[in-house]
Design a protein around this ligand. Structure first.
Ligand code: RP5
Length: 168
């Protein structure tokens, strides 16, 4: 199976990106993690993206905060799909990163998830890889079915507790 490349602009993004590791591990998707910065180590970032397809990657996830051009910079150097996670670092709560990740000019797309949306980034990466992998497709479907089951359970619990909650 092709790997997911998870690139962080800084090791300070790790607490956000951790959810992507957990989700990919749970789905049995192999991944590699690197810290490359579009402004502090641009040569290394571009070199990774240029060689990614040849090195067995199928999707790249790029997480960065502030003026987060990392995802776009990687996308410029590869035709693999790039998923951007805008991180809520800095003083603007991630809105700066959201806009600089999602507002890519035409021609070089970045599939942008929510601010700090590492879990969705991982699920989307798995869904892309699952197009060519029936077993992974099944595991993604099972993950979604599990989510559905949990919500149904919560509703059942709510029906049991609602009188007590309203009385409180
Ligand atoms: C971005 O700047 C990183 O992705 C991080 O979210 C933010 C701050 O980086 P550090 O100063 O903590 O290394 O490049």
């Amino acid at each position: 199976m092709r790997k997911v490349g998870i690139i962080m602009g800084s090791d300070s993004d790790l607490p956000v990106v951790q959810k992507a590791f957990d989700t990919l591990s749970g789905l049995g998707v192999p991944y590699e993690v690197h810290v490359y910065s579009a402004h502090r180590s641009p040569e290394e970032a571009a070199a990774f993206a240029r060689a990614a397809e040849e090195n067995g990657f199928g999707v790249i996830i790029a997480a960065a905060g502030m003026a987060a051009h990392l995802a776009g910079a990687l996308a410029a150097a590869t035709t693999l799909p790039v998923i951007g996670i805008p991180c809520a670092s800095g003083g603007l709560g991630g809105l700066d990163a959201l806009l600089s990740t999602v507002q890519m000019p035409s021609g070089i797309p970045v599939a942008t998830v929510a601010i700090d949306g590492a879990q969705n980034a991982a699920i989307l990466a798995a869904q892309i890889l699952a197009l060519g992998d029936e077993a992974l497709f099944g595991r993604v479907e099972a993950l979604r079915a599990e989510q559905t089951r949990k919500v149904i359970e919560k509703d059942e619990q709510m029906q049991r507790d609602i009188d007590k909650i309203l009385e409180a």
